[in-house]
Design a binder for this molecule. Structure first.
Ligand code: GDP
Ligand code: MN
Length: 392
């Protein structure tokens, strides 16, 4: 789960990291009030869950409350990389002398967190890594020892930070690690961490990603979720206990098991080529009761890109005949004329297939192997696309 900038920075502040504490506003009027209370100049910043807001025109310095109102009016409702801005952050403006990057993430290969600093702050770290990898200083953190003082100094020296700022930098790095750890986050990033003309270090932008699997023990972070900022289908899937990620292809995939779901997506891509691929990742988990299948089907069919649906179900403890009945029940609840290919394997698979075939529903067909199922689903999607093109 991603936190907004203001949420991340307020969290940073709880851990002693210096920020310029501003106010959020949902209307130009609120932006005006906030600017008046904080005192100008202020920065008006779009709160959307993407980077590069600055370049997109979503960060503006206002000299008067009137100007803050005017900028808020322009930024609210703005579309930045596909996301609509619903809130702005009004922050006291800083006099920037230098911008630094400081971030912590998990290094899966090393099996431990890594803290990274760069003198090229304000730029996305992925871009620095590509264009100027030497500009990044790194230290791996031993989870039993935590971030050690000498490691923070290594980072400071690695980015040629003037000596006078080492102590403050070290404190921020240590606090960022505490914040990262206590929040069960997979990313905690300050970009830019600025040195002001008054010689202070301040976190000007913040980004945190919280591990979804840890949200049960982070209730007050879980509560910060902005469901406006994610695809509607993903919110619905979470409520139904289904793992779902929306993608851009045409084949809706309904699978039990994450690994099987990945394989299914790969197979549609293998036979679909450049044109056709999976519309989603979806794992309905174990059990596969009719109600869950129906919820999943509703989510898949809400995506208007979907031209065919591929069910790939492995019956282990759940028997395939039960699953087949569940699918028919779900289709009763969520009628659709899209072509659907069903592959059932495992316990009672023959009974399951017979139930599907005997139902005599014209847009349903069963397949014995994943290859056959993927080919059929791709063919159906290809036909539907060609028909659409012909109609235009
Ligand atoms: P991002 O583009 O989404 O990463 O948004 P940031 O919050 O990082 O802002 C982008 C850039 O705007 C920063 O790198 C700064 O150069 C500039 N900026 C942000 N806040 C201030 C401020 O208070 N004063 C000044 N002068 N520039 C700012
Ligand atoms: Mn930034």
């Amino acid at each position: 789960m991603n936190l907004h900038e203001y949420q991340s920075k307020f969290r940073f502040a709880e851990f002693g990291i210096p920020i310029l504490k501003g106010k959020t506003a949902g209307t130009p009027q609120e932006a005006y009030e906030a600017a008046r209370e904080l005192g100008c100049p202020v920065v008006v910043k779009a709160q959307v869950l993407v980077g590069g807001r600055g370049k997109a025109g979503g960060v503006k310095v206002a000299k008067t409350p009137e100007q803050a109102e005017e900028y808020a009016n322009a930024i609210l409702g703005m579309n930045i990389k596909g996301l609509t801005v619903r809130k702005v952050l009004i922050d006291p403006a800083a006099n920037i002398a230098q911008e630094i990057y400081l971030g912590i993430t998990n290094d899966r290969a090393a099996g431990r967190p890594v803290i990274m600093a760069s003198s090229e702050g304000g730029v996305e770290i992925e871009q620095v890594a590509r264009e100027n990898p030497d500009a990044i200083a790194r230290e791996h953190i031993d989870p039993f020892l935590g971030l050690l003082d000498y490691q923070a100094r290594n980072l400071a020296s690695g980015i040629n930070l003037p000596h006078e700022h080492w102590r403050a930098f070290s404190r921020i790095a240590t606090n960022l690690y505490r914040c990262y750890l206590s929040s069960d986050s997979v990313l905690a990033e300050i970009n830019p961490l600025v040195i002001t003309k008054e010689n202070q270090l301040i976190a000007l932008d913040g980004k945190m990603i919280i591990d979804d699997s840890a949200l049960f023990r982070q209730p007050h972070l879980a509560e910060m979720r902005d469901t406006d900022a994610e695809p509607k289908e993903e919110t619905q899937a979470r409520a139904a206990g289904i793992s779902y990620v929306k993608l851009n292809g045409q084949i809706g995939c309904m699978v039990n098991g994450a690994g099987l779901a990945m394989t299914t997506m790969d197979m549609t891509k293998l036979y679909g080529g450049d044109e056709i691929g999976p519309a989603n990742f979806l794992d309905i988990g174990g059990g596969a009761q009719a109600s869950k299948v129906a919820a999943a089907l509703r989510i898949i069919l809400a995506d208007t890109n979907v031209k065919s649906v591929l069910f790939n179900i492995f019956g282990g403890i759940t028997r395939c005949d039960e699953v087949a009945r569940g699918i028919l029940e779900a289709l009763n609840e969520v009628p659709s004329s899209l072509p659907m290919v069903i592959r059932l394997v495992g316990t009672n698979s023959e009974e399951g297939r017979a139930i599907i075939d005997n139902a005599n529903i014209p847009n349903l067909s069963s397949a014995a192997t994943l290859t056959e199922a993927a080919k059929k689903a791709v063919e159906a999607a290809r036909k539907a696309l060609a028909a659409e093109k012909g109609a235009q």
